[in-house]
Design a protein around this ligand. Structure first.
Ligand SMILES: [Zn+2]
Length: 303
């Protein structure tokens, strides 16, 4: 699909390609790199794993005008070098699988980009907060994961905006204006709208097809085959999927052993939600507007 507007995008590299050990030294010399969008500023901890992938580069993405990424649909911005990959995870946050994905990423001292579903974010805000605390980038993936192709424009807009509000409110920290459409379907009027909203659109270069994979080995093979063909790319996976969570430790080991490098994407500016949709989400979800005090402190036997 051709993007119906021509825009320039500024991708600046904030950490030149360093080996993991160099990156580690750099991190040690700089206690708090910057307040990251999608995660609170945290002192950079030394990477405990000597065989970690680490982050080779961090790129900052200016989402003004809604640039599109991922060669399956958008071919304007080819920012990855050979052997570079971006790790992305959709459809979370989810108990069990998302924490397992976070653990595997942490073990390799790498950062990924997550595209959570709004409803899931309101069901499991504490898991989304763990994603933010890990310093990962958090985008959004609509409110309820319905295909935008079958929706009237106003409904599609509501799906996008409620999803964005739900993720931002549940994360509790600034998140990225990065959007991924359910099943990667982008009707032209939605591409135009996302441009007006200054949300970057992320398709994929390389689909792991973990949704249909019946084992962790299959997930690993799918990525290996496609990387052999393309040599680099934005990899689409799902932190919602059990086999992906199981595959990730081995997949990251394989990426390291085969010379692949991880690039971390960060937004230049954080997502600005729309108050009207924040309010809708607040009303419909169980986000904590009520007191979270335990029953024992609320109800007391007095007689
Ligand atoms: Zn999805």
């Amino acid at each position: 699909m051709r993007v119906p507007f021509a825009l320039s995008v500024a991708i600046s590299v904030s950490l030149a390609a360093l080996s993991p050990s160099q990156a580690q030294q750099n991190a040690q010399a700089t206690p708090a790199p910057q307040a990251s969008v999608g995660g609170p500023a945290k002192p950079a901890a030394a990477c405990a794993n000597p065989n970690a992938l680490g982050i080779a580069r961090t790129v900052e993405i200016d989402t003004t005008g809604g640039p599109g990424f991922g060669f399956e649909h958008f071919k304007q911005h080819d920012f990855l070098r050979r052997n570079e990959v971006v790790l992305t995870f959709d459809d979370g946050p989810w108990p069990g699988t998302t924490p397992a994905v976070l653990k595997a990423l942490d073990n390799h001292c790498v950062k990924a980009t997550f595209f959570p579903i709004g409803k899931h974010a309101t069901w499991y805000p504490e898991i989304l907060k763990q994603v933010a605390e890990g310093g990962h980038t958090i985008g959004n993936h609509t409110w309820s994961h319905k295909s935008l192709v079958t929706k009237k424009f106003d409904e599609a807009k509501m799906e996008i905006e409620k999803g964005a509000s739900a993720v931002a409110m549940s994360a509790g920290v600034p998140v990225a204006p990065f959007f991924r459409a359910p099943v990667l379907k982008h009707p032209p009027e939605i591409v135009t709208y996302l441009g007006e909203r200054n949300m970057g659109i992320f398709s994929t270069d390389l689909d792991a097809f973990d949704f249909t994979a019946r084992s962790k080995d299959r997930v690993i093979e799918n990525v290996q085959k496609r990387l052999a063909r393309h040599g680099k790319g934005i990899i689409l996976m799902h932190d919602f999927q059990k086999h992906t969570a199981e595959a990730l430790p081995e997949l990251l080991d394989w990426l390291k052993a085969n010379g692949y490098k991880v690039v971390h994407m960060k937004p230049k500016e954080s997502l600005k939600t729309i108050a009207e949709y924040d309010e809708m989400v607040r009303k419909e979800s169980k986000l904590p507007t009520l007191s979270g005090r335990p029953t024992s402190s609320v109800v007391r036997t007095v007689e």
